[in-house]
Design a protein around this ligand. Structure first.
Ligand SMILES: O=P(O)(O)OC[C@H]1O[C@](O)(CO)[C@@H](O)[C@@H]1O
Length: 641
């Protein structure tokens, strides 16, 4: 049996390896160790440094800028001590304090946020503001907006905010105003989407293109899917998308191909291949598969009329066979998971809903960007939400959060934020490559209310403590009121929205249960401890504009958390290793399934993987790939015939 050897990665600012015991050295400033092998075979991280005790806030900020770990800052230590104060409180009591509650309800940009059910007092917030100060939060926000290369491991600016800038704004990256570039692409999207929608751009057989299949994965899929799902039943968007279809194809699983194409007429279908790199294995295989589907039915010329692309890699787009004229660019300073406001989202969504509606979405996101950039911490929604999350994760020890929109249209918010948050903040080292002595990031999950109530709410009421984010809407996209019913359907939904937050906060005591005549033997089972934190966010409506605001608010709160933890929220090295290993398996698979058989499963894999691969290879009736023709799933054959 051979042992699997994992490749090691190295980068000038990036260190990998097994957790390396961080020594605390009694001096100020970061010490960069030469990157070298530890006895364990891993690569050493630079060592952390500590602050002298009792430094002033200004000195702490300066030390942080020099690389001191956030845990060494006086504000962090003060928050650690403050945990004891909070542990002696219960939300039941905190909610009785009206003065406290008044200070914890914020209304800004039409969004109403209620933080009263967080396990915090005014003192907690003051400590958190101090932590923001000492970690130079304002300076880091400004650095992001001014195009500094804050994504240090990839040496890139982080400027998704530029993708939704007004035409007259100026945003400089490396000495160049990028807003005209952004608008050049937006204008091109407008012209193209108008042509497709009004039938000026026709398919190769002369039919209008009414269906769009957007192929992409991760950030090239989840954000656009979230916005599409949010707008599908919004009255203006519904009107604008009548008789049009937008589908997504993300998974490399051929079942997803069959589902995405099921029932579509290739003559009326436009395919948008979306990939920042244009190298992502799943997306490129799906793109080749759908290209083959089009060519088989419509001939080689179909590609020019039925396939367009969104990418930063226009060279590979051309090599794939898509006319660069039909490619929509974006830039390396737009991270994949932050790219929904670039052509990644705006092209497929404008094809479905028209450019005007997408402009409203961009305006909403821009409104939140300006708010984030300009408002003081005390009134700044992403800053407040981000700081409260830091408190919940790093001080109260709640490692997960539930995103619970009481709005079916927002059903894809949680999956989108799951990627944005977990890919951004799931890191093990700080900006200087120092291994962190605490866990960053949060485990995000969620479902729309009330569906979630009948699924996992049991656990959040009586099991683990998971801070909840309830999102409610004042005016529903779709109102229903049945004569004789106690409340309208949307009011019924919102009754649950209001009730759940209080149920989590107050719980139910044994005394209350006794006075409700609950038998003694059932009391322990029916006690709710309460004291479970949540926040409630209310939007006036669910429109393109407010969806833009909500998206940007979540993006920025994630950045705030990363800035405070002093991690790089904008790289994603953690996704690389699996890709490398998959490629090794691919070589074996190809060899086993063709007559060449040069590489066998046992080459380079451990016992377990070898045995599993062998079992898989044996388990198929058709052992070798067919020669000389493509094979499509049954549904794809049916489609278009
Ligand atoms: O747009 P691309 O280059 O195909 O990448 C897709 C996704 O893959 C990742 O790089 C890793 O999952 C994401 O960050 C990104 O959104």
């Amino acid at each position: 049996m051979q042992t699997l050897k994992l490749p090691t990665a190295s980068h000038k600012n990036f260190a990998v390896g097994a957790p390396f015991a961080a020594k605390v050295v009694p001096r100020v400033g970061i010490r960069h160790l030469p990157v070298g092998k530890c006895p364990s075979g891993s690569i050493a991280s630079p060592e952390p440094t500590t602050a002298p005790r009792n430094v002033t806030a200004a000195v702490a900020k300066m030390l942080h800028k020099k690389g001191i770990l956030v845990t060494e800052l006086p504000a962090w230590k003060a928050l650690k001590e403050h945990v004891h104060d909070i542990e002696s409180t219960h939300l039941r009591d905190l909610l009785h304090d009206e003065a406290r509650c008044m200070g914890l309800i914020k209304e800004s940009e039409g969004i109403y946020c209620d933080f009263t059910r967080q396990r915090v007092t005014q003192r907690t917030l003051e400590h958190l503001y101090e932590l923001a100060e000492q970690t130079n939060l304002r300076g880091k926000i400004n650095a992001m907006f001014s195009g500094e290369h804050i994504n240090s491991t990839e040496d890139r600016a982080v400027l998704h905010v530029a993708t939704r800038a007004h035409r007259n704004q100026k945003i400089i990256v490396d000495g160049r105003d990028v807003v005209p570039d952004v608008w050049e692409v937006l204008d091109k999207i407008q012209a193209f989407s108008d042509k497709v929608r009004n039938g000026e751009w026709l398919g190769v057989t002369g039919k209008p293109l009414k269906s769009v299949v957007a192929i992409g994965i991760g950030g090239s899929f989840l954000g656009p899917l979230f916005v599409h799902t949010a707008l599908r039943t919004e009255p203006n968007a519904m009107r604008a998308s009548r008789d049009r279809t937008l589908r997504f194809l993300a998974n490399v699983d051929p079942i997803d191909v069959a589902r995405a194409l099921d029932g579509l007429d290739p003559e009326e279908t436009l395919v948008v291949v979306i990939s920042k790199t244009f190298t992502t294995a799943e997306t490129m295989l799906n793109a080749r598969t759908v290209r083959s589907w089009l060519i088989e039915r419509l001939g080689q010329d179909a590609v020019a009329k039925h396939m367009v692309a969104v990418s930063t890699n226009l060279k590979l787009v051309k090599e794939f066979g898509i006319d660069p004229e039909n490619a929509f660019g974006f830039w390396d300073w737009v991270g994949g998971r932050y790219s929904v406001c670039s052509a990644v989202g705006i092209l497929p969504l404008a094809l479905q809903y028209g450019f005007d509606i997408m402009q409203e979405f961009l305006a909403g996101a821009n409104n939140m960007d300006e708010h984030f950039k300009n408002q003081p911490y005390q009134d700044n929604l992403p800053v407040l939400i981000g700081l409260l999350s830091i408190w919940n994760v790093s001080f109260l020890g709640y490692g997960a959060k539930a995103i619970l929109p009481y709005c079916q249209a927002l059903s894809k918010l949680a999956p989108h934020i799951q990627q944005v948050d977990m890919e951004s903040n799931g890191k093990g080292v700080d900006m200087n490559g120092v291994r962190l002595p605490f866990e960053t990031g949060e485990i995000d999950f969620g479902e729309p209310g009330t569906n979630g109530q009948h699924s996992f709410y049991q656990l959040i009421h009586q099991g683990r403590v998971i801070p909840c984010e309830f999102i409610g809407i004042v005016r529903s996209q779709q109102s229903v009121y049945l004569k004789g019913e106690v409340v309208s359907n949307h009011d019924e939904l919102m009754c649950n929205f209001f009730a759940q937050a209080d149920a989590l906060a107050y719980g139910k005591t044994p005394e209350q249960l006794r006075s409700d005549n609950v038998p003694d033997y059932l009391i322990p089972h029916r006690v709710f401890t309460g004291n479970r934190p949540s926040m409630s966010i209310m939007l006036p409506s669910c429109t393109a504009y407010t969806v833009g605001q909500l998206l940007a608010m979540y993006e920025h709160r994630i950045a705030v958390q990363g800035f405070i933890w002093n991690i790089n929220s904008f790289d994603q090295w953690g996704v690389e290793l699996g890709k490398v290993l998959a490629s090794k398996v691919r070589t074996v698979m190809n060899s086993a399934r063709t007559r060449d058989r040069k590489v066998l499963p046992q080459d380079g894999f451990n016992y377990s993987t070898t045995r599993m691969i062998n079992k898989y290879l044996e388990g198929k009736t058709q052992v070798l790939y067919p020669e000389g023709h493509d094979v499509f799933p049954i549904d794809m054959l049916r489609a278009g015939h």
